[in-house]
Design a protein around this ligand. Structure first.
Ligand code: T46
Length: 134
């Protein structure tokens, strides 16, 4: 059972030359990775996300910089500060989530277990809350 806002530790192989972090599917990331995208250059004060996924599983890591991720399963809300490239946060289906407090240098890398599908998004909060009561 994955808890809300669960963090997974990635493999850290840095040495005196600098950092090297590895994320392998089914090992550090608990699913097969079908898609990778990243969010960068987010301007000051911008908040993004504000949706839940019906089936998509994701894991997100900040490669540089920092941001906060807020996750809400309809019962509980947690805020997780992401500021380490050595960790990823799991974003499971049925979790309303959004991101804020991006530093200007933040690069948020996201692993997803499926291709982009807009029909997998719930972008209305009331619809999301209703879906949690079923
Ligand atoms: C999520 C959070 C963490 C695509 O066409 N393909 C893609 O793979 C993605 C991710 C987005 N898009 C389109 C959909 C929108 O028309 O790009 C546009 C911007 O996406 P959106 O407003 O959903 O971006 P965020 O930052 O609010 O959310 C994104 C992901 O979409 C979402 O799945 O969980 O990052």
């Amino acid at each position: 059972m994955i808890k809300l806002g669960e963090i997974v530790e990635l493999q850290t192989l840095g040495d005196s030359r600098g950092g090297l972090v590895v994320a392998e599917a089914q090992k550090h990331i608990p699913f097969e990775i079908q898609r990778v995208y990243w969010i960068h250059g987010t301007q000051a004060g911008v908040e993004r996300g504000f949706h839940a996924h019906k089936a998509l599983r994701q894991a997100a890591a900040v490669i540089t910089g920092a941001c906060d991720m807020i996750l809400d399963d309809g019962t509980e809300t947690v805020t997780v500060s992401l500021d380490s490239p050595r960790q990823a946060i799991l974003i499971e289906p049925g979790v309303w989530h959004y991101m804020k407090n991006f530093t200007l240098d933040c690069v948020l890398l996201v692993f997803a277990d499926a291709y982009y599908d807009e029909s997998d998004y719930i972008r209305d909060y009331n619809t999301f809350i209703r879906s949690t009561k079923k």
